[in-house]
Design a protein around this ligand. Structure first.
Ligand code: ADP
Ligand code: TRP
Length: 326
């Protein structure tokens, strides 16, 4: 009873409308996690990070609206989660500066966010180079204890702990040392081409799209050339592999037996997937459309979140400034 709440924090980059992979792999698990009684959740839209890639102010704004609307449509409850936009708590940039003065340039050069793009050095801005310092500040500014992330973000968590230790070695205990909570790999959703679904690959399914757009995306799912009347293999079928993550037990069994019996073409299966998405996510689709047509409502929620987040941010920053003598 009444024990201290664990503080969970995670950020999402706002780079477009979240797709089915983002929803099943990140959004729903994070929302479910936040329903736990012994946790306190901070969730923010990392729009400062997005600026490393996107230079169009309208696009940045639009992406924030899409991302926030998707989270709210999928059930994020702003009364349980402090939901805010990173740029509304600009204290994070101050902390990021302090941290970067404690982290060696040489080590930052080894960060994946930068290293993967090193062969295109002329496209790299110093913001991208400093990306891990801003991410460390995102986490440390709120005394976060647990950070749910995918495998690709583990190095950023290591860097965060490393910079904390460097700071502590000089100034003593100041920050909360965060731990990652690794997301399950078993939930990797494949895209319409069979590769991992990703915004950058043009292989996504957008559950919020209009029916005709959604139909187009589902139609483009690659399948083999087994004839309609012949039995089909569900094990390696890309279409089935997407269906199984959304359907319930009975629906999965039915599709498997349809595949085995033959007389059920990929066109039928695609139609079943389309109907399933439209039915299963009807509430989410409605809510998403509501939020993107009422951006002021979203704005209000984010501002309220930022007001709460700022209280923690100021407290932590005061602690740090005091250590630094500012
Ligand atoms: P994208 O590859 O579309 O740009 P991000 O890298 O922004 O997606 O990922 C945001 C979150 O969604 C991460 O937590 C990531 O693990 C999760 N995610 C992304 N793609 C998938 C997928 N195909 N299946 C499951 N989870 C995914
Ligand atoms: N870098 C993360 C990603 O690309 C997004 C992010 C920014 C984040 N700041 C964070 C995640 C702080 C967790 C904690 O997915």
């Amino acid at each position: 009873m009444g024990g201290k709440l664990k503080r969970i924090l995670t950020g999402v980059q706002s780079t477009g409308i979240p797709h089915l992979g983002n929803i099943l792999g990140a959004i729903i698990p994070a929302i479910n996690f936040s329903k736990n009684d012994n946790v306190e959740t901070y969730l923010f839209i990392a729009d400062f990070h997005s600026l490393t890639q996107i230079k169009d102010s309208e696009e940045l704004k639009q992406n924030t609206l899409y991302t926030a609307s998707a989270w709210l449509a999928c059930g994020l409850d702003p009364s349980r989660t402090i939901f805010y936009r990173q740029s509304d708590v600009p204290q994070v940039t101050e902390l990021s500066w302090y941290l970067s003065c404690f982290f060696p340039y040489n080590r930052l050069m080894l960060a994946h966010s930068f290293k993967d793009k090193k062969d295109r050095l002329k496209d790299i801005n110093s913001g991208l180079f400093n990306y891990p310092m801003l991410m460390a500040a995102d986490i440390l500014l709120y005394d976060a204890e647990i950070v749910p992330v995918g495998k690709d973000q583990l190095q950023h968590l290591e860097i965060t702990r490393n910079v904390v230790n460097r700071f502590h070695n000089i100034f003593g205990e100041t920050f909360t040392l965060p731990n990652e909570h690794l997301q399950e790999e078993s939930k990797l959703i494949s895209g319409t081409d069979g590769e991992k679904m990703s915004k950058s690959k043009n292989n996504i399914i957008n559950i919020f799209a209009s029916e005709s757009e959604l139909k187009k995306q589902i139609k483009s799912i690659k399948t083999d050339s087994t004839a309609l009347e012949d039995p089909k293999e569900w094990q390696n079928c890309n279409l089935y592999n997407i269906y199984k993550f959304i359907a319930d037990e009975n629906q999965i069994m039915k599709m498997k037996s349809n595949y085995k019996n033959g007389g059920y073409g990929y066109g039928h299966a695609k139609n079943d997937l389309l109907q399933l998405i439209i039915e299963k996510y009807s509430e989410e689709r409605k809510k998403f459309n509501h939020y993107i047509s009422n951006p002021n409502e979203v704005e209000e929620i984010l501002i309220e979140g930022a007001t709460k987040a700022s209280i923690t941010a100021d407290k932590v920053l005061r602690r740090v400034r005091k250590k630094l003598g500012y």
